[in-house]
Design a protein around this ligand. Structure first.
Ligand SMILES: [Zn+2]
Length: 108
């Protein structure tokens, strides 16, 4: 079933819904405020599925790789999962010299 993107007319939040192609936008209930004022958006993902009759071999392979990558990523130990922390200052200093020492104008 295709995935549709909606924007709620009540709370203006966007959400996705996997629905039958026969489901009307006015039947869609906002998961945030339960209003039935959703308008359907044309997401790139949904239109890609709708516009493709049969996925070609390369496309299927791409989806396989994507799924494989997703499953690998989910299996990663938590150490690799959280790399958002900035490196400690001493590691940065030992890796590259401070820029301020190299940018002195030569004629000062
Ligand atoms: Zn809403």
């Amino acid at each position: 079933m295709p995935i549709y993107e909606y924007r709620c007319g009540q709370c203006a939040k966007q959400f996705e819904a996997t629905q039958s192609v026969h489901t009307r936008p006015e039947d869609t209930i906002c998961p945030f405020c339960q209003a039935q004022q959703a308008t359907r958006l044309l997401s790139a993902f949904a239109s890609k599925i709708v516009g493709t009759h049969k996925p070609g071999f390369s496309e299927m392979k791409a989806y396989d790789m994507l799924n494989e990558r997703k499953s690998k990523f989910s299996k990663l130990p938590p150490v690799f999962g959280k790399r958002t922390d900035p490196p400690p200052m001493d590691a940065v200093a030992s890796g590259s010299p401070p820029i301020s020492n190299n940018t002195d104008p030569p004629g000062s």
